[in-house]
Design a protein around this ligand. Structure first.
Ligand code: SF4
Length: 357
């Protein structure tokens, strides 16, 4: 019987060094392996400063998570690139690179599918298939980094910011996500600052409170999308479990513990949650709480139930929030021409006859 191989991309640098010591090799060999991995090398045989004997031992003990690009779509203005990636078990995930003034941002997936059932979201249509491993999350960052540096020498800095907003609810894959955050922040891997990482949740209150105690100063983004429980229940099944007030209380607790301002995501849907009364209700709920509201005109998905708000309603909603003293940003609408709503591109791919895995 063969032993199951360990995904080396899911290990902390010290765990890799320990692994090398267990093979009766020196710890510095572990450092060399880490270097290769975070340069994007996906085959032990290409780690050419390691003796062949060590490469053989590595192959016998470890594997490197497979996250292979199968399609790449660039927006017309080249500022957004969406990657469709194939995993070892033939599942498909996606991640998106967005170019901002302050550096490249990667939006990555944390699960295959999602069980949260938000009715405006394509990713949840098939339910939760499985959690992504630590290595598969890291694999998305390395794929994007490699592609960016191949694409343009001046962009060698690669990914600077990470947002966990692709398919999946990060707090529903809690342990793997926590390890991934610690790993991607580690100075021997990619050293991404916690302050440049945003985790987005649909409002899993216990997970938010647990996250507050982790001591990681990342930004927490809460997908609110409704100014009261009734609206939220119409569009997000999770609203039956957690009330708006409890979510905001958990957000305040997060702020107290970490000092990090909460971002509230609010996707505007025509005549559902985009009225002036909704903006006023939000103003009352968030009064005096140092937070930020991202207003996002929704991308209409295939068979979508909801319509995008008119420009007029978007503007009135935003202005009302501002007049109530709230900090509001209308989110830059990225990648609409390449399937901006999460899960959309994957579905488009699978809908083409012959494109199944
Ligand atoms: S919006 Fe996020 S939490 Fe909701 S179903 Fe989609 S992926 Fe899951």
């Amino acid at each position: 019987m063969t032993n199951k191989l360990i995904d080396i991309l899911g290990l902390m640098p010290y765990e890799i060094e320990e692994g090398l010591l267990e093979m009766d090799e020196q710890a510095f060999r572990g450092k060399q392996v880490v270097n290769w991995l975070y340069k994007g090398v996906k085959d032990f045989d290409n780690m050419n400063n390691l003796p062949k004997t060590i490469r053989k031992k590595l192959r016998e003990k470890y594997t490197i998570a497979k996250v292979d690009e199968i399609e790449k779509h660039q927006s017309d203005n080249s500022e957004t690139t969406k990657y469709l990636c194939l995993l070892d078990d033939h599942n498909i995930i996606e991640c998106v690179v967005m170019k901002y003034r302050y550096g490249n941002t990667l939006c990555l997936s944390t699960q295959v599918g999602c069980r949260m059932g938000c009715s405006f979201c394509e990713s949840t249509k098939q339910g939760l298939v499985r959690n992504l491993t630590v290595g598969e999350m890291m694999g998305q960052v390395l794929l994007a980094n490699t592609d960016i540096s191949e694409d343009n020498e001046s962009e060698k800095r690669g990914i600077r910011n990470i947002v966990l907003m692709g398919s999946g609810e990060p707090l529903d894959n809690y342990d793997n996500v926590m390890k991934f955050l610690r790993l991607v922040h580690h100075p021997d891997t990619l050293g991404i600052s916690y302050r440049n990482i945003t985790l987005s949740t649909c409002g899993l209150v216990p997970g938010m409170r647990k996250l507050a105690q982790e001591g990681l100063p990342i930004t927490l983004a809460i997908s609110l999308h409704g100014s009261n429980d009734e609206i939220r229940r119409k569009i997000m099944p999770v609203a039956s479990a957690y009330k708006v007030n409890d979510i905001i209380e958990a957000g305040k607790y997060y702020f107290e513990k970490t000092g990090r301002r909460i971002t509230f995501e609010y996707a505007l849907m025509d005549h559902l949650n985009d009225g002036m009364d909704n903006a006023e209700e939000l103003g009352v709920l968030l009064k005096g709480f140092p937070c930020h509201i991202n207003v996002i005109p929704i991308n209409e998905i295939q068979d979508g139930l909801y319509k995008r708000s008119t420009e007029n309603r978007i503007e009135t909603f935003t202005k009302t929030l501002e007049s109530l003293g709230l900090q509001v940003t209308r989110r830059r609408e990225l990648g609409e021409d390449i399937g901006g709503a999460c899960g959309q591109l994957k579905r488009g791919y699978l809908d083409v006859p012959g494109n199944s895995f």
